[in-house]
Design a protein around this ligand. Structure first.
Ligand code: BGC
Length: 907
């Protein structure tokens, strides 16, 4: 025993000096781990720091970047040696020699701590330059099988070629639209699905880079590509007219394989007329309709060099999509979960209903053995008729009625007659909880159908848990709905529309960022918004758009996604680039609103959508977003060093605020407009209530909640304002009451109805997988666990930890893996004793508001406040109900007396 203790002590003493230093970890390039194919010529290199000591901070860094020895045509060399740079930044733009396309870069960083001691060099990370948008593509052509957009079967393409000996490395760059699936020598390449990401293809298409070194060999090789229609060639007729999209074209692909031999010679295989094409088993695919597969038409071995392709036709060279071809610098869509059915019922003879117990986006995997020609039909949905059959009426309603009816959320599989056949759709996804199966030979079991969850594969970066199981369920459902609505664009729902509704996206963005690493995802979609902005500044309600949504479905409460999301990226990541690179577009948008405003009031657009009882005048919410947008432009101008613009837009914001106050404020009742929850919380949340009226307006809001019996009475806009603004104004108790209601209307009522996702409306009659009410989960993290960004020191350089002990909660905890590392806040009540554990990442600081009735009672790691300075904690001030402390990085444990008049329990 003693020996173990002595050894542990020795290990601790030996580890201590090194551990006290700063160790850079989690190196990223453009927020991605060792990415291939980066277009940015000055990519952002970032790292996090680990340290065993409290208060650790970086005072300087040094970066070194070398080209990889693999790139023999550009011999290994130092690309950047930054030298020691005095700075606390942990994200810096590359400033070395110009980066040539295809260059493989390896980099390391080290950091100096507060005592001026350098830490160890980090592990080597890498990135590789791509084809620099359109600039560096070689001889490849866009090829297709036809230019006829009505043509249905998915085309297969192949090309064989012979390679020499000593292959050093090989990269394949591909842009295949609508969707592609890449094969090489009989194998599928990579695990991306529904790739590339959806964009406005005539303005921007995304290419993907693969390392195919291991798949190639000296001698004969084959590459194969299958193309789906995706969003490029939508045949389905619906009210958004994607069948008339200006970019609509038959599927096409451009690809370049670049093979580098060890002697430095490069050989390229590119798409051109030498590629051959044919049709195969995918006889129909449609993003809304589904996929039909006839296994009898399979072409075994089609992607291998030995396959006899005599009957195949030469591919044709087709027109270019017309815009940028940019690197897909974001996580792809992947299949992330396989879900077995929880039950199979047979509501009618031969009609089998599979319930997966969970609403999701994705498709089913079918396993069957049947005679050749047997066709199994799978229909996807999320509601049932009273007789137990599938009801898709509420998700089909925006499809245009045709004769014969269009296929919708339906896959079919026709057997080839093997003993066991397994199949899943490639080029579609559906929104569903249930699958209705017909045509199955015999009685299916749980082995015959599984659900596959597909979505943009963002890494989970946060979690929340508390003593109220209802809130934990809401948290869980929010995550499912968020991911179900992440399909390379943020969507409203995974079935009915699959549209990038801008309002839904910004309402869910903070919650998304606190749960998942969606930074690059949002950067990409902000480019999509820019691609859709008209010269006048207008934006459509859905992005991408076929042209629909400029006349209806937009307005400031939706369009502000173009300003708010860059703002959130700044707030959460400290990265100014999205704000500044879209500055002109954002400014143009605000100017457009100014042109539409009358005396400072904007009355265009959608308002507080899907409200419960009280409808809020559109001009209230629209004008408030106009104000917010003007402030964001002013801030961006400031960051860009445009002081005149900063003054101009700040002045505009003041004018809007004055107009808002003059038009909507009723001094006699201390209310705004109709005095509803949305109007009041909008004014408070957007910062439009003059300081001297705040307390009264807050009381009016609390009274409005009371008269709704503690329930929410807002639509999607108000749902974001109300919880946050009640907390910001010290009434988390009221917000908690709203959030934890189990009766209608509220999130809890959905849960009581058995919801596994968030729904579209409080009434529950619409879609069952919408994310636009999802900000409640961000509120859990900010208000209950207490983790909050500081706009003055964005990117969590400084953090506010402000937990609230409310209602019947006895504990709440959350963590968030920020760009600076893990932030944690965990509190629990034990009788009258509150314990609050806080973790602050190295190189960050935090202001902690420790809830307590007796500020003097607060201890940290068992130490009384008189001992604190030596301990890295500073008592800042006592406030009603709290002791506010300033801390540096590290782990802390505060204990306090929570209830008034209580005494610390004796140990
Ligand atoms: C969508 C919403 C969207 C709304 C706006 C609906 O059809 O599903 O999420 O924000 O329309 O009009």
């Amino acid at each position: 025993m003693l020996r173990i203790f002595a050894m542990a002590l020795l290990a601790l003493t030996l580890a201590e000096p090194g551990f006290a230093m700063l160790k850079p970890v989690n190196l990223r390039c453009e927020y991605l781990k060792n990415p291939l194919g980066i277009d940015a010529l000055q990519p952002l290199l970032s790292w996090q720091l680990e340290s065993g000591t409290r208060g650790a901070r970086q005072t300087a860094y040094q970066i070194r970047v070398k080209s990889s020895p693999f790139a023999l045509d550009h011999p290994a060399q130092t690309l950047w040696e930054s030298g020691k740079i005095a700075s606390a930044e942990t994200g810096v733009l590359y400033r070395g020699s110009p980066l040539i396309p295809g260059t493989r870069c390896q980099w390391q960083v080290r950091a100096w701590d507060g005592n001026g001691n350098p830490g160890p060099w980090s592990r080597t990370a890498s990135w590789e330059m791509g084809l620099e948008n359109n600039q560096q593509w070689g001889n490849s052509k866009w090829i297709g099988a036809t230019i006829d957009t009505a043509y249905q079967p998915a085309p297969f393409f192949r090309r064989t070629f012979t390679l020499g000996k000593n292959i050093a490395s090989a990269r394949l760059y591909i842009c295949g639209m609508g969707y592609y699936e890449l094969h090489c020598n009989g194998q599928r390449v990579g695990d991306h699905i529904l790739d590339p990401g959806y964009t406005r293809y005539d303005r921007r298409a995304l290419y993907v880079t693969y390392d195919v070194t291991k798949l190639l060999r000296s001698g004969d090789n084959a590459i194969g590509v299958i193309l789906g229609t995706g969003w490029e060639n939508v045949h389905t007729r619906a009210v958004w007219y994607f069948d008339k999209a200006p970019w609509r074209a038959a599927p096409k692909v451009r690809a370049e394989l670049r093979v580098l031999y060890t002697n430095g010679v490069r050989e390229d295989i590119t798409t051109d007329k030498r590629w051959k094409c044919a049709t195969g088993p995918i006889v129909f695919d449609s993003i809304y309709g589904g996929e039909s597969y006839d296994a009898r038409l399979e072409r075994p071995g089609w992607d291998t060099p030995d396959y006899n392709d005599d009957g195949w036709q030469p591919a044709i060279v087709v027109g270019e999509p017309g815009g940028l071809i940019s690197a897909q610098a974001m996580p792809p869509i992947r299949a992330t979960k396989i879900i077995p059915p929880v039950s199979i019922k047979e509501p009618k003879p031969g009609v089998f209903l599979f319930d997966f117990g969970q609403g999701l986006s994705g498709h089913a995997r079918l396993t069957v053995s049947g005679h050749a020609g047997t066709t199994i039909k799978l229909r996807y949905g999320e509601r049932l008729h009273p007789d137990g059959t599938l009801d898709t009426s509420h998700i089909e309603q925006h499809q245009i009625k045709t004769n014969p009816p269009q296929q919708f959320q339906t896959d079919t599989y026709t057997c080839k007659g093997d003993s066991a056949e397994s199949w899943e759709a490639r080029f579609v996804y559906h929104g569903f909880q249930y699958v209705e199966m017909t045509g199955f030979p015999g009685r299916p079991t749980v082995k015959n159908l599984q659900a596959i969850f597909t979505h943009t594969d963002v890494e989970s970066v946060g979690d929340f848990e508390c003593s109220n199981p209802l809130l934990n369920k809401i948290w869980r459902n929010t995550r499912w709905s968020y991911l179900s609505n992440l399909a390379s664009i943020p969507t409203d729902c995974p079935h009915r529309e699959k549209n990038g509704w801008t309002g839904d996206a910004h309402l869910a963005a903070e919650q998304g960022l606190l749960n998942f690493d969606g930074i690059t995802f949002y950067q990409k979609w902000i480019n999509d918004l820019a691609d859709e902005q008209r010269p006048t500044g207008e934006l459509p309600g859905i992005v991408p758009s076929s042209g629909w949504g400029y006349e209806w479905g937009n307005g400031p409460a939706w369009d502000s996604a173009y300003l708010l999301i860059p703002w959130y990226l700044y707030l959460y990541c400290g990265d100014t680039r999205t704000l500044t690179s879209h500055y002109e577009g954002m400014r143009r948008y605000v100017d457009y609103l100014t042109a539409r405003a009358q005396n400072g009031i904007v009355s265009i657009g959608l308002g507080d959508w899907v409200p419960w009882k009280t409808e809020t005048p559109v001009e209230v919410t629209s004008t408030a977003y106009y104000y917010r947008d003007a402030l964001i432009v002013a801030k961006a101008a400031d960051l860009l060093g445009k002081p005149l613009d900063a003054i101009r837009y700040t002045a505009l914001a003041h004018q809007i605020a004055d107009a808002f106050q003059a038009k909507f404020y009723r001094a006699d009742t201390h209310t705004y407009a109709n005095g509803g929850q949305t109007a009041l919380s909008c004014a408070l949340y957007q910062g439009l209530v003059p300081e001297d009226a705040r307390a009264e307006v807050l009381s009016s809001l609390v009274a409005a909640v009371k008269s709704a019996d503690g329930h929410i009475d807002t639509g999607i806009l108000g749902a974001k304002y109300i919880l946050n603004t009640l907390t910001d104004n010290g009434r988390t108790d009221v917000a908690y009451r709203i959030a934890s209601q189990k009766t209608q209307p509220g999130w809890g009522w959905w849960i009581e109805q058995g919801a596994s996702t968030l729904w579209e409306s409080w009434g529950g009659t619409d879609s069952r997988n919408h994310i636009m009410f999802g900000d409640i989960s961000a509120w859990f993290v900010k208000a209950l666990a207490g983790i909050n960004p500081d706009p003055a020191e964005p990117g969590f350089r400084h953090i506010f930890i402000q937990p609230n002990v409310v209602g019947d909660l006895t504990h709440a905890s959350a963590y968030y893996d920020s760009v600076r590392g893990r932030i944690e806040s965990r509190w629990k009540l034990d009788g009258d004793k509150l314990t609050l554990n806080v973790t602050v990442p190295a190189n960050s600081t935090a202001t902690v508001r420790v809830p307590t009735a007796e500020p003097d009672s607060v201890t940290e790691s068992g130490r009384a406040q008189t001992e604190w300075p030596a301990n890295g904690v500073n008592r800042a001030r006592a406030e009603p109900g709290a002791l506010v402390c300033e801390i540096g990085s590290g782990a802390y444990e505060f204990q306090s007396m929570w209830r008034p008049g209580a005494r610390l329990a004796k140990k």
